[in-house]
Design a protein around this ligand. Sequence first.
Ligand code: ZN
Length: 174
Amino acid sequence: MARLTVLTWPDEALRIVAKPVDYFDQGLAQLVDDLFETMYAEKGVGLAATQVGVDRRLLVVDCGQDEREPYALINPELESYEGELIWPEGCLSIPGVRADVTRHAHIVVRYKDHSGLDHKLSANGLLAVCLQHEIDHLDGKMYFDRLGMLERRSVLNAYRDYLDTKDDEKDDDV
Ligand code: ZN
């Protein structure tokens, strides 16, 4: 297993529309393991391959509260959706900020596992939000793309402030 580097905004690789996975081999199983390791190390609830610079449609999530509930989804596709919910989303690729995003409240996602077998996952609440957020990453979308212009600007300004503060702290350490 290996911990991977999570790309942060405005890295251009976050805008890539990822290609479908077409090999279900040992390399893929390894990548799934590495994505889980990285997500847990970063204390995230989801991670898409595009966030670590891998141009393939796969993602991992774990929205378990008391126990782990890991899912690895390869070539995920939204099959159906219903309702609406607003959730304060954060993102490992734009740390230090959050914003309320409107998503589908209930979704069914079709996907393959690392052996190439077909599955369906039906999700509500945080898991539904997380899956939609990660599928967006595979399409080169950030959550702030779903906000109005003013909210989007305020997220990006807050992010810039966060990065400035981080730099200051680093300087103090040296
Ligand atoms: Zn994200």
